[in-house]
Unconditional design. Structure first.
Length: 317
């Protein structure tokens, strides 16, 4: 793995003075809280097309850090000198997840979209177990199975059943699942790249904004945001894009990855409660069952973190 990372990072110099794991974990935990607000915020601007919204919110990250770089007198041009593979993954990871995020929220009930999108920690848990020298034990498999069953309950537990997919909502569920897989792959890769500075995320988002802006006129009609729309763009851009990506990247590189992943299991619950509280969705038997299965399965899958026996088994595997 170390050789692969060195090859991927290429000419990027190694960082010195690595922050403590506790600090990295606490900073990363900020993203967990911020993510819970992303879905509810988007429900207040349903008329803005997805690619336009991505272009307008992603550029906020770059515009936020640009003044900081200028004040510090940093060489901004030098920041763009990253290997092609880093650019591709760093850009397409958050960009792809957000594309699936916005489209799924427009096609299926928000709580359904949120629960499926935030099932990515289960997949990341399996990826860490499979590709980082650890065996997949029974609690990993059972936890993942419970999470996937929860997602299935959401799909078949709709009021109109599977027959309701005639309205195109099947694409919404598929996009939510694709979003979960995309962010899992991105988090797995970024946790292996401590050489890539965290503020590089602003450049990745700038590239993502340009990509979305290039696609937008071919697939969407431009919509001029009203006052609420501008507020949503500002909030989502500053919080769900800038703050969450910056703090999550920091946490993935310097914090305890398994602890952070376990904390993300609370995000779909918080999001569901907020959406239901603001009237954007309703609590149904399928939603309640899915919450128990997805969140419960996620905690079961992270048994290593919460029990001494589990930690000892993980360390010896």
């Amino acid at each position: 793995m170390a050789d692969q990372v060195a090859t991927l990072a290429g000419p990027l110099p190694p960082q010195t003075g690595r922050p403590s794991p506790l600090r990295g974990t606490l900073v990363g935990a900020i993203a967990v809280v911020v993510w819970a607000t992303g879905g509810p915020v988007i429900t207040f601007a349903p008329g803005i097309p997805p690619f336009q919204l991505i272009a307008m919110t992603f550029v906020v990250f770059f515009l936020t850090l640009l003044p900081v770089w200028l004040v510090r007198g940093e060489n901004i041009a030098a920041k763009f000198a990253m290997p092609a593979k880093v650019w591709i993954v760093g850009t397409l990871g958050p960009w792809g997840y957000t594309v699936f995020f916005f489209h799924s929220y427009q096609l299926i009930p928000p709580v359904h979209a949120s629960l499926i999108l935030m099932s990515w920690p289960i997949v990341l848990l399996l990826a860490n177990a499979a590709f980082r020298g650890r065996r997949i034990r029974w609690w990993h498999a059972l936890g993942a199975a419970a999470g996937f069953l929860g997602a299935a309950v959401l799909v078949v537990g709709r009021n109109d059943g599977i027959a309701g997919f005639a309205d195109g909502s099947l694409w919404g569920y598929l996009m939510a699942a694709a979003g979960a897989l995309t962010f899992c792959a991105y988090s797995f890769a970024r946790s292996s790249w401590p050489q890539v500075p965290t503020d590089a995320g602003a450049l990745f988002c700038l590239a993502g904004a340009g990509l979305a802006a290039a696609i937008h006129p071919f697939v969407e009609e431009t919509v001029m945001p009203d006052a609420t729309g501008w507020a949503v763009i500002a909030c989502f851009g500053l919080l769900s894009v800038t703050l969450s990506l910056y703090t999550w990247d920091y946490g993935m590189k310097y914090g305890q990855v398994r602890a952070l992943v376990s904390l993300t299991y609370l995000t779909p619950l918080m999001t569901a409660f907020i959406l239901i509280a603001i009237g954007a969705d309703q609590l149904t038997a399928a939603v309640a069952a899915a919450c128990v299965l997805i969140v419960g399965g996620a905690f079961l899958g992270s048994k290593d973190l919460f029990t001494r026996a589990g930690r000892a088994a993980a360390e010896t595997s």
